[in-house]
Design a protein around this ligand. Structure first.
Ligand code: ATP
Ligand code: MG
Length: 358
């Protein structure tokens, strides 16, 4: 990493290793990361600690998916020599900040977070989630603020989490850094606050539906995802599972249905999209099957170069190469996160000397 990189404003975002990356990640966040990495000092976090919320009994899977996600990132175009790849469990400042931040949020702030509420419901955990599950929302505030970023590229489902994070940053700066509560968000740092109030940068497609009837967002945990590493055959098979309820090619169809959400997201020729929509709406002999074939080909054209870039990590030494990348990135990340923790402790009158990590 060049020394000038660290002078650039920082960006932080990440993924939980609960499976491989899918098209929702691409349009919601990863595509943007690939663009931002050259302009900003980017930190991409592997939230392996947060994967314990649903997989504390399958830690081997968390470990393997952590490595698979890095392979997906690099395949998608993230360059680990430009952006910093961070492993959450090796950044102790994050866990420490989580504790302090948990005092700045009310129990209701956390338990009423709409994304958390929805997640517990769709995962069937409303009545039986662990004590620790909701903590990940506070942990995510620490993931972000440890890097004091200006923005966070995420999908729409993350907005409540980012709002919580902004609340924590404002509260910390007011309580411990003497910033007035009348300060505009953009002025917190300039007014003496440790934390900037970071903003969410929502992706080109805020919420990509899953395959099937599209009622849920595409999600690794819900079995409705097309993965970035899927083969052409798998892509076609999964695209065929998109259901619209339309019976025949001459039946006027809804050009805003789930199938066309995918068409809009992945067929880049806008003229062709408009033509397909027009014929579909008029029932002009355009079957769902035909649209699906064109869609699958467009998705495959996007994913084929990613599959090719992934190949070099699918050799026996692939995992070792990824581990080296993770270690190097995490070392860089700890420099920033430790500095943030030191400054935060100082602001809280808890600075009893500076420490260095081994
Ligand atoms: P899980 O099911 O374990 O929650 P997930 O598929 O929702 O996994 P996350 O790791 O929670 O994936 O999300 C990582 C990033 O990708 C977040 O910024 C999230 O907003 C974005 N993202 C995930 N799914 C979608 C989607 N379907 N559309 C747009 N963005 C998405
Ligand atoms: Mg999620």
């Amino acid at each position: 990493m060049s020394s000038t990189t660290s002078q650039r404003p920082r960006v932080l975002t990440g993924d939980t290793p609960t499976g491989r990356l899918h098209l929702g990640h691409w349009v919601g966040s990863v595509e943007r990361r690939v663009q931002l990495q050259h302009e900003y000092d980017c930190y991409f976090l592997l939230a392996n600690m947060h994967a314990f919320t649903t997989r504390f009994d399958r830690t081997g899977e968390i470990r393997q998916d952590t490595l698979e996600i890095v392979k997906d990132w690099i395949a998608a175009g993230i360059d680990p020599d430009v952006a910093t790849i961070v492993l959450q469990t090796e950044v102790p400042a994050i866990a420490e900040l989580t504790w302090y931040f948990s005092m700045l949020l009310s129990f209701k702030d956390v338990m009423g977070n709409p994304t958390l509420v929805h997640e517990l419901k769709t995962k069937g955990l409303e009545e039986k989630h662990s004590f620790g599950f909701p903590m990940y929302t506070v942990g995510q505030c620490a993931d972000i603020l440890a890097f004091r970023p200006v923005c966070i590229p995420v999908g729409e489902d993350q907005e409540p989490h980012i709002e919580m994070c902004r609340k924590v940053a404002r509260k910390f700066d007011q309580l411990y850094c003497g910033v007035s509560d009348r300060t505009a968000d953009a002025d917190y740092e300039r007014s003496g606050g440790l934390f900037p109030i970071p903003r969410a940068l929502i992706g080109r497609v805020a919420r990509l539906p899953g395959i099937g009837d599209g009622s849920q967002k595409m999600s690794k945990s819900l079995g409705n995802a097309i993965f970035l590493s899927d083969s052409a055959k798998e892509i076609q098979k999964k695209v065929n599972r998109i259901t619209t309820g339309r019976q025949s090619p001459t039946e006027p169809g809804d050009p805003d249905n789930v199938l066309f959400k995918f068409v809009e997201a992945f067929i880049s020729d806008q003229g062709r999209v408009a033509e397909l929509k027009d014929r579909y709406a008029r029932g002009d002999n355009l079957g769902d099957g035909h649209v699906k074939q064109e869609l699958a080909a467009a998705i495959d054209a996007l994913l084929a170069p990613m599959r090719a870039r992934r190949e070099r990590f699918e050799r026996p030494d692939g995992d070792a190469m990824i581990l080296d990348i993770i270690k190097a990135g995490t070392r860089r990340a700890n420099l920033v996160a430790e500095e943030t923790l030191f400054l935060a402790k100082k602001a809280m009158n808890m600075d009893f000397g500076r420490r260095t990590l081994g």
